[in-house]
Design a protein around this ligand. Structure first.
Ligand SMILES: NC(=O)C1=CN([C@@H]2O[C@H](COP(=O)(O)OP(=O)(O)OC[C@H]3O[C@@H](n4cnc5c(N)ncnc54)[C@H](O)[C@@H]3O)[C@@H](O)[C@H]2O)C=CC1
Ligand SMILES: O=C(O)C(=O)Cc1ccc(O)cc1
Length: 362
């Protein structure tokens, strides 16, 4: 099997690593704007060869993954059209799908193109942050064109599943409607909120100084790549604008309720959102990998962490990560303990409570 990558950053690098892991004999070629990262991928044994550009070397690929920002991906289709053989599947990983599907139709490439979008990632960019397990257990949306030959969509779906992601076949317009709500609008909200705080801060920057967990939780994604998010927003403008309009209406309503001291309505806002948020699937298949963590009050004394770690180790519970939280809202020192799976986390909470530790769960 031969797989080609165009763009080898966080997502391209992660998929290439997964292909290398599950298909050790696969031939993998990659071209990217930043040559240094592809050179690193060759040194890591992830990529076999770096073509000079998008040319003949891609001609006999079974799969070609377009993993650059969305508008750049669409531009490569034209270059690939005269090169590819009839059973090659060109796919992309872009966060928006309508734009690239329209380009595919315009170029008459519907038989060879199947859109893809792993619902996994982070605010980080670049090959250096890529990980083989990034797409593991994450939904991977697949958007066929409707003109793919018999068996092609199943072949691609099985390939995605073999990389341990969870394939989900979706119409590309539905994809863009859904992602506008759960991904694109949240990014706009996070970034605009950060800018609002920046512009509203006191002269001595007190807001920035005391910004606590809640603010940091909901604004993490504001650290994402501006280049990538500019292109996402420009290629899903209608859906984003529509849901942004609904959001503005809901904010205006909340402002009115505050101005009129409508206590019950404000309670209702927090009650309904809490219930829906708590009903989200707890693990697997989110944009983020599940995190199994506990917080524990610590008495600030030498050997405190060692004692706790020993208790867990003597119960055969492995720790993924452990650390004291420095910037926090808690009164005492608080330890954050991360586990590999849910069972270990539940068991650890039970054991530590029996040892009289105060445990907080998320
Ligand atoms: N970051 C995330 O969490 C997710 C991103 N995506 C999609 O994945 C794609 C890539 O995003 P990331 O890997 O996060 O970005 P990234 O910035 O980590 O990687 C992009 C790569 O493409 C290369 N590149 C940029 N312009 C290029 C061009 N014109 N020709 C060739 N290579 C070019 C860059 O050098 C870099 O290696 C985007 O389309 C994005 O919408 C999808 C799911 C999650
Ligand atoms: O960091 C996060 O939580 C993300 O939201 C990552 C992400 C970014 C873009 C996508 O198209 C899908 C997932």
């Amino acid at each position: 099997m031969k797989t080609g990558f165009i763009g080898l950053g966080l997502i391209g690098g992660s998929i290439a690593r997964a292909v290398r892991h599950f298909y050790p004999d696969a031939e993998i070629i990659a071209y990217s704007r930043t040559r240094a990262s592809v050179e690193q991928a060759v040194a890591d044994g992830v990529v076999d060869r770096i073509p000079d550009g998008v040319g003949e070397d891609f001609a006999d690929c079974d799969y070609i993954f377009l993993c650059a920002p969305v508008s750049s991906n669409a531009k490569y289709l034209e270059q690939l059209k005269p090169l590819i053989h009839s059973s090659c599947i060109i796919t992309d990983v872009g966060s928006t799908k309508t734009d690239i599907h329209e380009k595919v139709t315009e170029l008459g490439m519907e038989e060879n193109f199947i859109g893809g979008h792993p619902m996994a990632g982070s605010e980080k960019t670049g090959y250096a942050n890529s990980k083989r397990i990034l797409i593991e257990n994450a939904y991977y949306m697949i958007t066929p064109t409707g003109k793919n030959p018999d068996g092609a969509v199943d072949r691609y779906r099985n390939f995605v599943a073999s990389l341990k992601a969870l394939p989900l076949v979706v119409d590309y317009r539905t994809h863009d409607y859904v992602t506008a709500g759960i991904s694109h609008l949240p990014h706009i909200i996070a970034s605009s909120l950060v800018n609002l705080v920046k512009d509203s801060d006191t002269e001595n920057g007190l807001m920035k100084l005391v910004a606590a967990g809640g603010f940091k939780d909901i604004t993490r994604i504001a650290s994402s790549s501006p280049e990538m998010w500019e292109q996402i927003c420009m290629t899903n403008r209608k859906n984003i604008s529509s849901i942004l309009g609904d959001y503005i209406v809901s904010l205006t309503q909340i402002q009115k309720e505050l101005d009129n001291a409508e206590q019950g309505s404000i309670y209702h806002l927090f009650e309904t959102s809490r219930d829906y948020r708590n009903s989200l699937p707890a693990k697997g298949s989110g944009a983020l990998q599940p995190i199994y963590e506990l917080y524990c009050d610590m008495v600030d004394e030498a050997g405190g962490i060692a004692t706790l770690a020993t208790i867990l180790a003597s119960n055969q519970i492995s720790l993924k990560n452990i650390g004291i939280i420095h910037s926090r809202e808690f009164i005492e020192a608080v330890l954050r303990i991360e586990f590999y799976d849910e069972q270990a986390m539940v068991q650890a909470a039970d054991i530590l409570r029996k040892h009289r530790y105060v445990i907080y769960e998320r």
